[in-house]
Design a protein around this ligand. Structure first.
Ligand SMILES: Cc1cc2nc3c(=O)[nH]c(=O)nc-3n(C[C@H](O)[C@H](O)[C@H](O)COP(=O)(O)OP(=O)(O)OC[C@H]3O[C@@H](n4cnc5c(N)ncnc54)[C@H](O)[C@@H]3O)c2cc1C
Length: 372
């Protein structure tokens, strides 16, 4: 029997586990290592912040999924990998030896990227920690109006700013304020111009103050901007870019220049073929693609196929990530913006569309019968 270790309960691994529950992976015993017993679906987190979902509606319980897949569960994090010795050390001190390793742990956020962030910042990752901050924040806002500043002008930052603004309007006296610090460019930089315009209009409609500046420091009651301005802030929410987990550095695995696992078309490490990696923790060196949930989800079926082949024998197949994906951005007010290449649209119907896709994704994997 080959020992398969699945590191992380990310999008691709949720698919692998679900498929293993339907049809076991012959010839392997498997261990899932995950710090949390549920996988919070990030695409629904802005909806959770806006008050449209509760946490259960946005999460996939991993315990029943692992149980149904006959996969042992270790509620721990990987703290190091020794790819030459084929072992993973876990945060509880255990060492898991493997014949095949699959990594889907997602990225991390650098806590020292902005002065004071480690002490005062509310980081959106780990998402599990972030969602636990929501109730205390809302309790504070019910007692007095707060100033909340979202730092990071990408899709997650923009969605969260609008979600918070919408939610806080209904809390306490409704006088809390939300600002978005973009880092310099317009919000949603990198999106087509029409999407940026839609986003800017939605932010304005939602009452979010947009500051096209860099955040250079975070203090107890202010954020400090590159132009020297100090903006009142009780809650600095950090949605800045993500980075590679530090524990990959000493693993012996080939990494890309940013420290993510370098893989080829079969999702195998370019240095260690017994190691697979998918989602945001990996970089396809032959065809780099953006780090996004959509790509991470799509890596599930090819990863499953290649793990089965690697364990059971047979040729592995290349994964061809799609270049263009449908992007759906919620605006917090029951509306959303859709874009596909140069095409874009917005309205309440787009929100209903996004809501249906997201709920179906969670229901597909959360609905597993543990007794199956
Ligand atoms: C608020 C927000 C909204 C977003 N909305 C969208 C969206 O609408 N569409 C989209 O495409 N993208 C979206 N993204 C980006 C998206 O979250 C990521 O691209 C996606 O989560 C990457 O999936 P993944 O499977 O690689 O990793 P993750 O979803 O991060 O899953 C990784 C898993 O591994 C676990 N893990 C972490 N470290 C370890 C460790 N050391 N050992 C073991 N397990 C570990 C984690 O607990 C987690 O369960 C959003 C991001 C945020 C923050």
């Amino acid at each position: 029997m080959k020992r398969l270790v699945l590191l992380g309960g990310g999008h691709a691994h949720v698919h692998v586990l679900h498929a293993m529950a339907q049809s076991s992976m012959a010839g392997a015993t498997a261990l899932l290592v995950t710090p949390y017993a549920r996988q919070m679906y990030s695409g629904m987190v802005p909806g959770l912040v806006a008050g449209r979902y509760d946490a259960d509606a946005c999460s996939i319980p991993l315990e029943p999924l692992a149980h149904a897949a006959h996969v042992e569960l270790a509620l721990a994090s990987a703290v190091s990998i020794d790819a030459n010795a084929r072992s993973v050390t876990l945060s509880d001190g255990r060492v898991a030896e493997y014949d095949v390793l699959s990594i889907d742990t997602g990225p991390v956020m650098d806590r020292d990227t902005i002065d004071g962030a480690r002490t005062h910042g509310l980081f959106v990752r780990p998402i599990e920690h972030f969602v636990r901050l929501l109730d205390p924040l809302l309790t504070l806002a019910a007692q007095r109006a707060i100033d909340l500043v979202v730092i990071g002008g990408g899709a997650a930052g923009v969605e969260l700013a609008m979600a918070f603004s919408h939610r806080l309007q209904g809390v306490g006296d409704g006088a809390s304020r939300v600002a978005l610090v973009t880092g310099g460019p317009e919000p949603l930089a990198g999106y087509p111009p029409a999407v940026i315009q839609r986003g800017v209009r939605a932010l304005r409609r939602g009452g979010v103050t947009v500051l096209q500046e860099t955040c250079v420091g975070i203090e107890a009651a202010h954020v400090v901007l590159g132009n020297g301005a100090r903006v009142a802030c009780d809650a600095p929410v950090l949605a800045v870019g993500t980075s590679a987990p530090a524990w990959l550095a000493g693993s012996g695995l080939a990494l890309d220049p940013a420290g993510f696992v370098a893989t080829g078309p079969t999702l195998q490490s370019t240095s260690h073929p017994a190691v697979f990696a998918a989602g945001d923790v990996a970089t396809r060196v032959d065809a780099p693609h953006p780090r996004s949930g959509v790509y991470a989800v799509r890596a599930g079926p090819p990863l499953l196929h290649n793990l089965r082949r690697f364990v059971g024998g047979g040729d592995l197949s290349p994964h061809h990530p799609q270049r263009r994906t449908l992007n759906l951005l919620s605006t917090g007010d029951g509306s959303a913006i859709a874009s596909w290449g140069g095409w874009s649209a917005e309205g309440r119907w787009v929100w209903r569309w996004k809501d249906r896709i997201d709920r179906q994704f969670v229901a597909r994997y959360a609905g597993i019968n543990p007794a199956a």
